[in-house]
Ligand binder design. Structure first.
Ligand code: ATP
Length: 222
């Protein structure tokens, strides 16, 4: 009898983008649960640049990268790819994914992980309808966000591409959306920065090594 557990299928190469200002357990815990659920061998974190017209991160690109490295140092599931931070200009997610697709060839399974809040407003992303041409989307639950997507067009697109069949993710290179049943972790980087500015502790919201780094750099203090 063939073994049909997800881990036995061809590997799904999964990436998780974010500003990570700072990285926290709302990023790490749901994604680790997703990895267990669908049998991902590794997840690559992709810290991103923020376009000039948007509010800028408080931490520098180098500090955000260092915080990611510290957060994952003892977690073999995670890797980091700093290609977006190496560039002078912000890159659109679709462009990075197209580059990753070229590197891997047409047949490899490629996935991009987002939180529920990102799915709701995906129609605001540059060339959002092309995302599924190059990858699958894996969506982690996030507390405080509704299920209904922001526009009828996005909702229809979601319904046309959603799968509940984990095997599809490994068998096809791209093209489906999988809503993962991940734990709800009520943490945001905004709340962590707010607490730090107010002089409140962030214990249990992010890894201790990251909090020590934040202290040592005097980050998120006015
Ligand atoms: P901010 O509060 O500054 O907007 P954030 O906490 O949302 O930041 P980002 O780095 O912007 O963190 O998020 C990167 C990705 O992680 C996004 O896809 C987002 O949806 C997801 N994400 C962030 N926090 C959570 C959470 N608590 N649960 C599930 N997904 C999350």
């Amino acid at each position: 009898m063939p073994d049909t557990t997800p881990a036995s299928l061809a590997p799904v190469d999964a990436f998780f983008g974010g500003t990570f200002d700072p990285i926290h357990y709302g990023h790490l815990t749901p994604v680790a649960a997703l990895a267990r659920q669908i049998g991902l061998a590794s997840v690559t974190l992709l810290p991103n640049n923020v376009p000039p017209h948007r509010p800028q991160p408080e931490a520098s690109a180098r500090q955000r990268l260092r915080m990611v490295e510290l957060a994952i140092a003892d977690q073999p599931l995670f890797r980091v790819d700093d290609r977006e931070l190496q560039r002078e200009t912000p890159s659109y997610t679709i462009e990075t994914l197209e580059t990753l697709r070229k590197e891997r060839g047409a047949h490899a399974s490629l996935a991009f992980i987002i939180g529920q809040d990102s799915l709701l407003s995906l129609y605001k992303w540059h060339r959002w309808e092309s995302l599924l041409d190059v990858c699958h989307l894996l969506v982690c639950a996030r507390p405080g966000y509704r299920q209904q997507l922001d526009t009828p067009q996005l909702q229809a697109w979601f319904e046309a591409h959603q799968t509940t069949d984990v095997a599809q993710l490994a068998m096809r290179p791209a093209g489906t959306i999988f809503l993962a049943d991940t734990p709800l972790v009520n943490v945001s980087a905004t709340e962590i920065r707010r607490r730090r500015h107010a002089g409140q502790s962030c214990d249990h919201l992010l890894p201790a090594a990251v909090e020590r780094f934040i202290d040592s750099q005097g980050l998120y203090r006015e």
